[in-house]
Ligand binder design. Structure first.
Ligand code: NAG
Ligand code: NAG
Ligand code: NAG
Ligand code: NAG
Ligand code: NAG
Ligand code: NAG
Ligand code: CA
Ligand code: CA
Length: 566
């Protein structure tokens, strides 16, 4: 048996791992995404609010979170649940008042918790005063949005070009009153701002200052790559992927995404943030090629969100695939920058839905124990799953637009259900039996209060790993990645003086016995810091045979050196 393993290891060329040393002043913290409608309802109307967040700030402290990012809380008709803003400096009454926000900020800072706001610069709501005035052609607002009379084809008026909206359908909407089309890269209720207008640029800068003056710690920039469009308004080349001119993937987005001017605006925002004494963060949301994404680092983002664990990792990933996903980020990121790991957000299927519970723990291990910023989407810490939502209950515009037959493949509602606090009414989320989206039926057993009492729960596991991440010595530990078997991927976080940690994950459906001595200088004896419940290694207090560690199917084992001080 031993010979077979030795042979198996020997023929794997990928045993050689990357080694990545965190920079001296590494930015390494835990960031939590709050979806405010679904975190905690304080006033009992069935929708989460800012007072609810204040009530539950201790959850962040207990979960070793350093910073929270709030999805939009600004005045909005809520067509896209806050990503359609009608006033950027006002709090949406559903969520509370400015006083509530100020209280939240103070209470968070008292706990050493940073607060990041969502900045949505690409578009406003069609209910914004600017847009109403623009429709009427009142200067300077007439130029705040992108207007075009369209082109005549055989006597029929057509949109200026073939651009498609990210919500599907043409990116242009006709407005009789103005006798012109306006551009909307998202829904038609979300008109794109015209960044070629100097007034628009000034307005947006004033909005950044408004919130920075209140004392917030930075911005997460929404849909960054869509800010500028090419002014020639040329047709985009066809992708060849579909014949449907209304499908998002119909065109190659060369004139509507990642334009050089979009990069160039970032340093002007960076400069504003840098005028403040305390460090302020800029994190940008871009789903683009790795090279286009990396470029945002160079233009002043602290980091661009790394969605590779969502877009590239699947239930079938091999250890080599996983290693490639992880190594590529460290290898292509500009030197001295901040890595980051994301496993879910309010637009994508929940982690557990994508890979199942046992493998989800492996992914959470990557998010929390790889160097850099680890992002937790609310509910991931308790292993929340998706709930079936009927057509009648569906509220997401993406789902509604797809119709009853297809909504299940597009609706984002299932990943936005209320947080499950305990096993009483509405999972402890609200005193109201009726909530804006139904609480997942599994709340009776899957909830924070019960998970705190269960040593094998997702939360207990999460809490343990997040605690490790918080250690200053651990943040400085060098990363080494290895493939140990077809589905067994492992990484080490090594230090010279404070000990080391070894995380071993088996993504496969079969048990596998692996040899950890491929890690240089690994001691003969190690402590078990965490092991999957059904794992045979659970009873071990220590591992004496690093050359033969049996990893059950779909398992995670985390070992530390005996001298580890994290
Ligand atoms: C946004 O709201 C603030 C506070 O109510 C108000 O002073 C401001 O005029 C509004 N801005 C716009 C553009 O409507
Ligand atoms: C507050 O957080 C910062 C950054 O994470 C850390 O350096 C500092 O030690 C913390 N202070 C307290 C009092 O916890
Ligand atoms: C205009 O009409 C002519 C004649 O009906 C037709 O051949 C042509 O394809 C049309 N052009 C466009 C752009 O629809
Ligand atoms: C995983 O593999 C199975 C079996 O080959 C296949 O049916 C499934 O579509 C794959 N899933 C993904 C997400 O690649
Ligand atoms: C669940 O949480 C709600 C809201 O905080 C609280 O009122 C209720 O007493 C809790 N129930 C249990 C059983 O802890
Ligand atoms: C992940 C994320 O924030 N996605 C948002 C991107 O922007 C569009 C339009 O503002 C939203 O609909 C998405 O929810
Ligand atoms: Ca409420
Ligand atoms: Ca735009």
């Amino acid at each position: 048996m031993r010979a077979v393993i030795a042979f198996g290891v020997a023929i794997l060329p990928l045993v050689i791992g990357i080694t990545w040393k965190p920079p001296e002043k590494a930015t390494d913290f835990s960031l939590y995404q709050i979806y405010p409608r679904s975190y905690k309802d304080n006033d009992g109307d069935g929708i989460g609010d800012l007072r609810g967040v204040i009530q539950r700030l201790d959850h962040f402290t207990e979960s070793n979170i350093d910073a929270v990012w709030l999805s939009p809380i600004f005045r909005s008709p809520m067509v896209d649940f806050g990503y359609d803003i009608s006033n950027f400096t006002e709090i949406e009454p559903i969520f509370g008042t400015m006083k509530d926000f100020e209280d939240l900020l103070k209470a968070a800072h008292d706990r050493n918790l940073s607060v990041i706001l969502d900045f949505v610069p690409n578009h406003t709501s069609n209910q914004h005063e600017w847009f109403k005035k623009s429709v009427q052609g009142i200067p300077p607002y007439d130029n705040y949005y992108v207007w075009h009379p369209g082109r005549m084809e055989n006597g029929t008026r057509k949109p200026p070009n073939n651009w498609v909206s990210a919500m599907s359908g043409p990116a242009w909407e006709w407005k009789d009153e103005r006798q012109a089309y306006y551009l909307h890269q998202f829904g038609s209720e979300q008109p794109d701002l015209n960044y070629y207008s100097p007034e628009v640029k000034r307005e947006m800068e004033a909005i950044l200052r408004f919130w920075l003056d209140k004392g917030i710690d930075g911005f997460r920039i929404d849909a960054m790559k869509y800010i500028y469009e090419d002014q020639r308004l040329l047709d985009e080349p066809l992708s060849g992927l579909t014949d449907d001119p209304n499908a998002i993937e119909y065109t190659q987005k060369i004139y509507t995404t990642d334009l050089q001017s979009t990069y160039d605006i970032l340093p002007t925002w960076r400069q504003i943030l840098d005028e403040y004494e305390q460090p302020k963060y800029i994190m940008v949301e871009v789903y683009s090629s790795t090279s286009a994404t990396m470029k945002y680092y160079k233009y002043g983002a602290d980091f661009a969100f790394n969605f590779d664990l969502i877009t590239k990792l699947t239930i079938n990933s091999t250890a080599a695939d996983i290693k490639h996903i992880i190594d590529s980020w460290y290898n292509t990121m500009p030197e001295g920058s901040t890595p980051n790991w994301v496993a879910g957000n309010h637009d994508r299927s929940r982690l557990i839905k994508r890979v199942g519970e046992p493998r989800a723990r492996a992914v959470t291990t990557f998010v929390l124990l790889l160097p850099g910023v680890g992002v937790t989407y609310y509910g991931e810490e308790i292993g929340m799953t998706e709930e079936y939502i009927s057509w009648e209950q569906t509220v997401d515009p993406l789902g509604r637009k797809s119709g009853k037959a297809n909504y299940q493949s597009t609706s984002r509602d299932p990943v936005r259900t209320p947080f499950q606090w305990n096993n009483s009414v509405s999972g402890g989320f609200s005193s109201n039996y009726h909530t804006w989206l139904p609480v997942n039926n599994n709340y009776k057993t899957l909830n924070l209060a019960d998970e705190k009492k269960d040593k094998n729960s997702y939360y207990t596991f999460y809490e343990k790993l997040s605690k490790l991440k918080k250690s200053t010595q651990f943040k400085q530990a060098t990363l080494v990645t290895k493939v140990l078997d077809e589905y067994v991927f492992a990484f080490a976080r090594e230090t010279e003086k404070h000990g080391s940690v070894y995380a071993i994950t088996n993504f496969g459906n079969k048990a596998s016995t692996v040899d950890l001595s491929v890690f240089d200088n690994i001691p003969r004896k190690l402590k078990v810091y965490y092991a999957t419940a059904d794992s045979k290694v659970l009873p071990w207090k220590s591992v004496g045979q690093v050359r033969r560690v049996t990893m059950p199917a779909r398992s995670v084992v985390i070992l530390t050196t005996l001298d580890a001080k994290f």
